[in-house]
Design a protein around this ligand. Structure first.
Ligand SMILES: [Zn+2]
Length: 300
């Protein structure tokens, strides 16, 4: 029987999630000797502006209530960029980024401004897309002393321009979308050369509260989903490093019990062979408001 492997991807979206959630995840992962890839948001935390999604995206309010976002993110985070000034994330916690890397994890770029990218990327002129990733890349290099090898798009939001900018950055791979196996993306008829390692499993906020999935049995749901070969699980510093910490610890316990090996996405990228080119399209998935990048049909 082929081995079951889980590549762990950690999205760090907010100032509070960096400050509070990342140290918790580092502690819990160290306990289980597990390594992951942490994608940091490096620029301003404008989470308060995300509140306008309640009015512009169907399903967002329902999701906010279902996942109790206010208790996950805290009231202050919900006001950043509106009533409170947006704090700068990377500049506030350079030692935490370095500590994450020193602890044996891989560190990558999530974004400069999460809310801006997630809400407006399709309307960005190309130079703005390049500027957002460029600013994040410069600060990353300043903090860690080397260039980033990988990026992961906020809210799984991509455009042909963002894929082109990523190609120009000379990255080893990216993890921008949802899908089944690693591939080279083709979007709007344009082919790109940076390997994509898609997230294969749903995120906790997409499934909690649906079909009887609760924080108490979330680990059972995930275990039933894991297939032989490579699986990619995205967790959030704000959730698995916060209000559903105990669910994640139970999952790590079960991984250990069942001999399921956890690796970084970089390790997964090194192991791939025979990578197809596939369509990458923006589409809808269950449990998430708005559109996300989804791996589509193979392209000959
Ligand atoms: Zn994110």
């Amino acid at each position: 029987m082929a081995e079951k492997i889980v590549a762990l991807k950690v999205d760090v979206d907010t100032h509070a999630g960096t400050r509070d959630g990342v140290p918790i995840l580092l502690e819990d992962m160290a306990r289980f000797a597990v390594s992951a890839t942490f994608y940091f948001s490096l620029g301003p935390d404008n989470s308060g502006k995300a509140i306008r999604r309640i009015f512009t995206r169907k399903g967002f309010l329902k999701k906010m209530l279902r996942t109790r976002a206010p208790s996950a993110y805290g009231l202050k985070t919900m006001l950043y960029g509106t009533l409170l000034p947006a704090p700068m994330i990377g500049a506030s916690f350079p030692d935490l980024l370095r500590e994450t890397e020193r602890s044996g994890h891989e560190v990558g770029i999530h974004c400069w401004d999460h809310v801006k990218w997630h809400d407006y990327l399709p309307w960005f002129p190309k130079h703005l897309t390049a500027m957002e990733l460029g600013r994040a890349g410069s600060l990353f290099e300043e903090i860690l002393g080397h260039r980033a090898e990988t990026t992961a798009a906020p809210g799984w939001t991509v455009s042909p321009d963002s894929l082109e900018v990523q190609d120009a950055m000379g990255l080893s791979y990216c993890s921008d979308g949802r899908g089944t196996h690693p591939f080279y993306p083709v979007m709007d008829g344009r082919r790109f050369r940076t390997l994509q390692i898609p997230t294969t499993m749903p995120t906790a906020d997409e499934i909690l509260g649906e079909n009887g999935v609760s924080p108490e049995n979330l680990h059972e749901y995930y275990l039933a989903q894991i297939r032989e070969g490579l699986n990619v699980l995205t967790i959030h510093a704000e959730l698995e490093g916060g209000i559903i910490r105990s669910s994640f610890v139970r999952l790590l316990e079960r991984f250990r019990g069942e001999g399921i090996r956890c690796i970084t996405l970089g390790e997964a990228a090194h192991q791939v062979a025979q990578v197809p080119a596939c369509q990458l399209v923006m589409g809808e998935i269950a449990g998430r408001a708005g559109k996300v990048a989804i791996q589509g049909e193979p392209v000959p």
